[in-house]
Design a protein around this ligand. Sequence first.
Ligand code: PLP
Length: 318
Amino acid sequence: MTSPAAAPVPVLVFLDPAFHDGRLADATKPQLMATDQGATRGDGVFESLLAVGGSPRKLQAHLNRLAGSARLLELDIPAEEAWRRAITTAVSEYRRGHVPGAATSDDDELVVKLLVTRGVEGAATPTCWVQASAPGPAGRRQRETGVDVILLDRGYDSEVGERAPWLLMGAKTLSYAVNMAALRYAHAQGADDVIFTSADGRVLEGPTSTVLLAHLETSDDGSGGVRTVRRLITPQLDSGILPGTSQGALFAAAKAAGWELGYGPLEPRDLYDADAVWLISSIRLLAPVNHIDGKEIGTPELRRQLTAELNALYATIE
Ligand code: PLP
């Protein structure tokens, strides 16, 4: 039996004022202080984005969200230009070392993470770095095969974000232990993923994704023909969820292509009644949801058609 090939070593580039393009660091060696508050408290923020053929996708939207998360945590992070230079260094180093034919290939995918911690205890400067690595196989597979999902109660009501800003509901913080625990819980039930619901019964988001649903409504067009209204809906953004950069970009492209758009509030019943449901995120892109709590969503043919159409729209996004 052959053992699976080891994943290539990630490339790390630290943002460091002494290095204009970022400081390359060896990912096989320790690089963080043990007293870094990212490690001791999960205190920090991050972004995950996809680079295709060496080009980071939706970079401005990710930089905007990173800045927004940092503001919510009162973290003073380096300027956008420093991030852009470090990302360029990380992506080109990774491709130079790990992607055969990188100079000519334009469809290889890389995961680029932007990481910020509150820094070592007692120091006033955040620790910031960029990591470029290979995507895991599950994401690509789930784009094709879809996912089975269970609904799990997140335990907060949908208005908690406004009432309790210290919960940092709209920030992409490093404290993802709860999200990962929810995924392990789903896997133990034989499901692939989770859609969180609020204590007041609203649909929220996945642990690492935004929820989208499609509704097709056909009506008489008044002249003997049939008119189909296609509506794409996502939970409302002020219900304590992370604003998804993928959802935002896809909505803009879908609107231009004639889809109507809607923003919650959504209940589980709306998911069961939908023609298709997806989990969407920057790395996995659109993963069609086949079943929720064992109930089939739409039909295989409708899911396939609508997913192909939205994938084609998503491919037009920079
Ligand atoms: N919601 C949560 C909780 C996430 O962690 C993510 C992405 O990781 C998303 C939504 C989707 O965000 P994006 O489309 O920007 O990747």
